[in-house]
Design a protein around this ligand. Structure first.
Ligand code: FES
Length: 341
């Protein structure tokens, strides 16, 4: 069966993005705002198995691409990937496009799963804290932890029962007794996520994902925790600290721009203020995958050879930053930055 791009009239010059063509095998309405999509490979072959916490990039018409966490049971991920997407009326358009366009039978292209939010291999207890749609990767984690026989609990924070994403999955799961739903409209169920962090069993690992205010609260609550026991994933880019040596709110490199050297191509490009490295590369006809354009999905990671990047991403480890940059958001703290492309 053809694995070709399947949406109407793709611009002929546009490269086919993503690695697999999948079919929307099922659409599930979870809440008024959240729909679920089960994606299966067109050729009937197995998809690459995905670990708990992994996400996939989905390529949409109109040159849109977005990352979504997988929320199905990772043990069954080779059969199909399941995502749940909240329609964000004031978002950047990806969720609206998906809600409007992805119907059962629709074809779309996706990337290979990547995991920037992995479970710890060993912990005496795993505490999972999800705000609203942020519960999606945590549901996959709960499946894996249950299969491992690990100790865990899952706390979900929502406005009301009607706003609980993946309610049917949570109620049907064999680990449903580990789930506590905290509802804003039911005071007896409410809890402060910071208190749940403070009361976690000794040696526990904390995992959290949710909207910005929720993330801020948990970032503060986990401030004194050892970094290796705190795991989180943002929907969007978290607030950035100003680069060293600059006044708060002023990015020196953004003021001046910088020179980009492409070592393999032997080219030199100027990155002006207000344009990302990725934009400059695209403008020069050099392909680079960008999905989130916010430094969170890792689709644009590129090796560099020289210069000091001002990284600004939320997806690379310190070790990875020694050799790679996220070109959608990195700037340079030196007059030139040399990429190994
Ligand atoms: S496009 Fe997502 S990290 Fe750069």
């Amino acid at each position: 069966m053809s694995d070709a791009l399947a949406w109407p009239k793709p611009p002929s010059a546009e490269p086919i993005r993503g690695e697999f063509c999948v079919r929307v095998a099922r659409v599930m309405r979870h809440t008024e705002e959240v729909s679920g999509y089960l994606l299966k490979r067109l050729d009937g072959q197995a998809l690459p198995p995905a670990e708990a916490g992994a996400h996939i990039d989905i390529y949409l018409p109109g040159d849109l691409a977005r990352s979504y966490s997988l929320c199905g049971d990772p043990a069954r991920s080779a059969e199909g990937y399941e995502i749940a997407v909240k329609r964000e009326e004031r978002g950047r358009g990806g969720s609206r496009a998906l809600h409007q366009w992805a119907r059962e039978g629709q074809l779309l292209r996706i990337g290979r799963p990547r995991n920037l939010f992995a479970l710890a291999t060993q912990a005496p207890h795993h505490r999972l804290l999800g705000g609203g749609i942020g519960v999606t990767p945590l549901v996959a984690m709960a499946h894996s932890l249950h299969a491992r026989g690990a100790s865990f609990d899952l706390h979900v924070f929502v406005r009301s029962a009607d706003h609980l994403p993946l309610r049917a999955a949570l109620e049907a799961a064999p680990w449903r007794d580990r789930v506590t739903v905290h509802r804003d409209d039911a005071p007896e169920t409410r809890a402060d996520p910071a208190t749940l962090v403070a009361m976690a069993p000794t040696g526990a690992h904390i995992y959290y994902c949710g909207p910005e205010g929720f993330m801020d609260r948990l970032r503060e609550a986990c401030h004194d925790w050892p970094a290796e026991r705190v795991h989180f994933e943002h929907f969007g880019a978290p607030p950035k600290a100003p680069p060293p040596g600059t006044d708060a709110g002023t990015d020196a490199s953004a003021e001046a721009g910088f020179e980009l050297i492409l070592a393999r191509r032997q080219r030199r490009l100027h990155v002006p203020p207000g344009k990302s490295i990725a934009m400059v590369l695209h403008g020069a006809g050099i392909p680079v995958d960008t999905v989130c354009e916010q430094g969170i999905c890792a689709s644009c990671i590129t090796p560099y050879l020289d210069g000091t990047p001002d990284h600004q991403d939320s997806c690379l480890t310190d070790e990875e930053r020694a050799t790679h940059v996220a070109v959608c958001c990195a700037r340079a703290l030196t007059p030139t930055l040399t990429l190994d492309i």
